[in-house]
Ligand binder design. Structure first.
Ligand code: MEV
Length: 440
């Protein structure tokens, strides 16, 4: 049991590490060494990372891999993916190659609308509130003109401000439900600044609104915040080919494989337990590119899962059909992304990753990321309906196990060859390494 600390954030980085390792680790010296081993040798680069958050002590690395050969609307992409889970990049690359040979991916952005809300309490007559709202609508725009000026130059801004009566759900609860176009920015700061300004205008103007009673003049703003639910900021990505060309392996006919794929997706549409895992596999691809491009994966996750449940039951984000001898597989999902602002200019690797993707607009990035999700799902479901995932998964996991067991390079090479023809299990790997070290 340690004692609490006050003023931790004011300590130097070294003092923080000393305090932390002394109070919370068994071997402070070894822990300090480990923490320092993950510092970047370039002190400016380290400082940059230190400044991203508070109380930074070191960096937690994530591998950055590349999945090449993504043919999207006739352009070839090599997609950077930041992810720790083995087999995700390999699966994406495999699916990319498979579909490159069958015409590639086609994508369309269906909408780019972002949302924010001012949640408030009004005690009084709704008709009066509506009249008041209509009377200040222009002022809401005028008061936020200083915030929208540069966004307007880029073709974005406030799309609509709407008054919503939510009193059926909660007594005296109303909203300003606002929509925005934020072009290449994810737009969180822009939206939140606009909303806070709307809230101020909404509250202050009420005092001088003669038709309001004294009580009605007291509008209580509860909060002003963007919504990560963006059902009109949606992208669609699809692949298709004649069923006869859907040859995944010599062990299964293309017709049977197509049917199994369609049935697996149908199950994910009606069965939430399966849908969650099905969509998790999609997010393996989505999050990896979202992270690599410096976007907010928590926002994406929250929005995507809400969208998957929009019809009242959690369901698959992908769809599949066989029609007139053609197999079609597609995804539709909301992605609120930015390619300017946030980490995009700050983090050198994020900058590089965006360059690798040919510095896409946010609309282009939506399409690339939707494709990564669709490819990932295709790879996962194809394995599931044919060989099962453990075969490929454990092969990829082999290196992690060998590292954990402290195998050297020669041992790793020998065991990778050995496990090309043997089943990978934890026990099997540890026994094989032991056998290599101490042949009986
Ligand atoms: C594992 O990370 C993802 C899968 O479970 C996805 C799926 O089941 O579709 C393989």
């Amino acid at each position: 049991m340690t004692t609490p600390i006050s003023g931790f954030s004011k300590l130097s980085k070294g003092q923080k590490i000393d305090w932390l390792t002394e109070h919370y680790t068994k071997d402070p010296e070894a822990s300090k060494k480990l923490i320092l081993a993950y510092w970047n040798q370039d002190s400016d680069l380290q400082q940059l990372h230190d400044d991203f958050i508070e109380n930074t002590i070191t960096n937690l690395y994530m591998p950055l891999g590349i999945a090449p050969n993504f043919l999207i609307n006739d352009e070839l992409y090599a997609i950077p993916m930041a992810i720790e889970e083995s087999s995700v990049v390999a699966a994406a690359s495999k699916a990319a190659k498979f579909w490159m040979d069958r015409g590639g991916f086609t994508t369309t952005v269906l909408g780019t609308e972002k949302v924010g809300q001012v949640h408030f309490i009004f005690t009084g007559d709704f008709k009066q509130l509506e009249s008041y709202f209509n009377s200040i609508k222009e002022k809401l725009h005028a008061d936020s003109a200083h915030l929208t000026e540069s966004m307007a130059k880029r073709g974005g801004g406030i799309s609509a401000i709407e008054l919503r009566d939510k009193t059926d759900d909660l007594t005296n609860y109303y909203q300003l439900h606002c929509t925005f176009e934020t072009k290449d920015a994810m737009g969180a700061n822009f939206i939140n600044s606009c909303l806070e300004q709307f809230a101020t205008t909404l509250k202050e103007e009420a005092f001088g609104y003669d038709a309001f009673t004294a009580e009605e003049k007291q509008i209580e703003v509860v909060m002003s915040i963007l919504s990560n639910y963006v059902p009109n900021c949606v992208v669609k990505a699809s692949v298709s080919c004649p069923v006869a060309k859907l040859t995944i392996s010599s062990d299964i006919s293309s017709e049977l494989f197509a049917e199994k794929m369609v049935r697996a997706v149908a199950i994910a549409k009606v069965e939430p337990y399966r849908a969650v895992t099905h969509n998790k596999g999609i997010m393996n691809g989505i999050d990896a590119v979202v992270l690599a491009t410096g976007n907010d994966f928590r926002a994406i996750e929250a929005g995507v899962h809400a969208y998957a449940a929009r019809n009242g039951s959690y369901s698959s984000l992908t769809h599949a059909e066989i029609k007139d001898g053609v197999f079609r597989f597609w995804i539709e999902l909301p992605l609120a992304l930015g390619t300017v602002g946030g980490l995009t200019k700050l983090h050198p690797l994020v900058k590089l990753n965006l360059e690798l993707l040919q510095n896409p607009s946010s609309k282009k990035l939506m399409q690339i990321i939707a494709v990564a999700g669709l490819a990932q799902n295709f790879a996962a479901v194809s394995s599931l309906v044919t060989t099962g995932i453990q075969k490929g998964h454990m092969k990829m996991h082999l290196m992690n196990m060998l590292n954990q067991l402290g195998a050297n390079t020669t041992e790793k090479n020998q065991l990778v060859t050995h496990f090309k023809t043997n089943t990978v299990t934890h026990r099997g790997v540890s026994d094989a390494l032991e056998q290599l070290r101490n042949p009986s």
